[in-house]
Each structure stands twice: as C-alpha cells, then as structure tokens.
Design a protein around this ligand. Structure first.
Ligand SMILES: Nc1ncnc2c1ncn2[C@@H]1O[C@H](COP(=O)(O)OP(=O)(O)O)[C@@H](O)[C@H]1O
Ligand SMILES: [Mg+2]
Length: 246
C-alpha cells in the first residue's frame, strides 16, 4: 500500500440534468418562487470507477468529449465530491483543471498568482518570494499587471501552469491546458513535467494528442461514457486510440 499515490474505490458522480432548457437564472428563480416544478433526470458522469496509481507513474487520460475525464480529475483534486465511493490521495496535489478554473478574470495576472497560490496552499510570503520566477516562467511579463480578461487562452494556460508547477507537487493533475499553448510553451511545460516525473511525482494528464501522451505518460486510462474502457501501459493502448476531432 505504501507505493500507492492515488486510489479510487467505486467512484460514481451523478449530475442532475433539467429536462427542459431553462434560459436564465432569473427564470429559474421565478419558477422556483411560483413552485413550478422543473423535471430532472439523473446522469452518471462517472460510473463505479476503481483503480490505483502507484507513486511515480504518469497516466494519460483519454476518451471522447463528455467521457468523464474532467470530472475524474475534479474528484481526485477534491473540487467535487463523488456521489458514491472514496478517493485516497497521498501527498500534496497541484491541480491544473480546465482552462481558467481558479482564475478571477477581473483581477490582474499578478493578483491571480497570489489567488492561485493561496488555493494551492502557499502563504502570501512564499508567493511573494517566488513571484519573479513564476512570471518569468509564464513568459507574460509585459501583461502581468493587466486584467486576466484581456489574456488569450494560451496566456491563461501559461500563467496557470507557471503557478501550479512552481513547486514540485507529489501529485500533478493537468486537464488539457497543454493543447492551448503555443509550441514554446508546450516544450517548456513538457520539460518541467518530465523533470518532476524524474524526481518522483505522480502525474495525470488529460490530452487528445496521442503524441503528447506518448511523450509524457507511462500508462493510459481510456474512459468511455463514464466507465474505464481499458487501462494499462501506454504502448498497449495508444495505438488503438484515434484522436476524436472536436
Ligand atoms: N456540473 C455538471 N452538471 C451537469 N452535467 C455535467 C457537469 N459537469 C459535467 N457534466 C456532464 O458530465 C459528462 C462528463 O463531462 P466531463 O467530465 O467534462 O467530460 P470530458 O472532460 O471527458 O469531456 C458530460 O456529459 C458533461 O455534460
Ligand atoms: Mg474535459
């Protein structure tokens, strides 16, 4: 058990989906006030998933849009609580979830570094001592005091990656953000990921790109409709996977 970094036991995540489209929150509130019922159905984004990941393994998570990849990373990062099941996690986790998660778009890049750092569990003092390095890694020095809403998606990804990976975590979780960056950023972030891998971090990466899965991962989990279709060493699986064009 000592070599296990992440263990999921019978994880189910159920969402409640309204049957009819409710266009605005106001309309929803009016219906609620008038006691008009809204019909729902339940939908399992993850269906009784169990697996263990050993310390130091690097897993690629693949599968079509809607398969449950982001939901899986959010459960592991404890951003959402599973409807059923248990998650075990050893060590500090640095989650890099969907693009922009954890950012306040009205605040500047610099302010967001402090915000994100706090969410990751670092003190203000620690971030203040590291901020020049973080800004430098992000490569967006000129824009760091502009509001994040003025950033391109690639710049948001750069900043998020720079903050979350400034200190090596035991577990690093990355949801697709590598694909929005330019080639320079992809190269730089891949180097850092490989460095952390060589130093023993456990890493989970969601990517649609078989080349980056091959480059970064030892193992693959292939999700389909909230279930594990297959899971194992990267070479056994990635050939069967053709990237769904979204
Ligand atoms: N907060 C939510 N409320 C309702 N349904 C959701 C929510 N989050 C995700 N889903 C649904 O769960 C399924 C899996 O979503 P997700 O994990 O984001 O898939 P992926 O990252 O593999 O594209 C999708 O059908 C999605 O619409
Ligand atoms: Mg996703």
């Amino acid at each position: 058990m000592n070599d296990i970094a992440i263990k999921l036991e019978n994880i189910t995540v159920r969402f409640r989906i309204p049957h009819e489209k409710i266009p605005t929150f106001q309309e929803y509130a009016i219906r609620w006030l008038k006691r008009h019922s809204v019909n729902y159905s339940d939908f399992n984004a993850l269906n009784n998933i169990s697996f263990s990941i050993k310390k130091g393994q690097t897993f690629g998570i693949i599968g079509s849009n809607g398969a449950g990849k982001s939901t899986l990373l959010k459960v592991i990062s404890r951003v959402i609580r599973p409807t059923q099941g248990r998650v075990f996690l050893r060590g500090r986790i640095a989650p890099l979830l969907e693009l922009g998660a954890g950012f306040d778009y009205e605040m500047t890049g610099r302010e967001n570094i402090f915000l994100n750092g706090a969410v990751l569990g670092f003190s203000r003092k620690h971030i203040a001592s590291r901020i020049e390095k973080i800004v430098e890694f992000s490569g967006i020095e000129e824009f760091i005091d502009a509001p994040v809403r003025t950033y391109s998606s690639g710049m948001v990804a750069r900043l998020g990656f720079a903050v979350a990976t400034d200190v090596q975590p035991e577990v690093l979780v990355i949801d697709e953000i590598l694909s929005v960056g330019d080639i320079d950023f992809q190269k730089k972030s891949a180097e850092r990921i490989l460095e952390y891998y060589n130093n023993g971090s456990t890493i989970l990466v969601v990517s649609h790109n078989p080349a980056s899965i091959r480059q970064l991962c030892t193992h693959v989990i292939w999700l389909e409709h909230g279930c594990i279709k297959t899971m194992g060493p990267v070479d056994d699986i990635i050939n069967d996977y053709s990237s769904p064009l979204s």
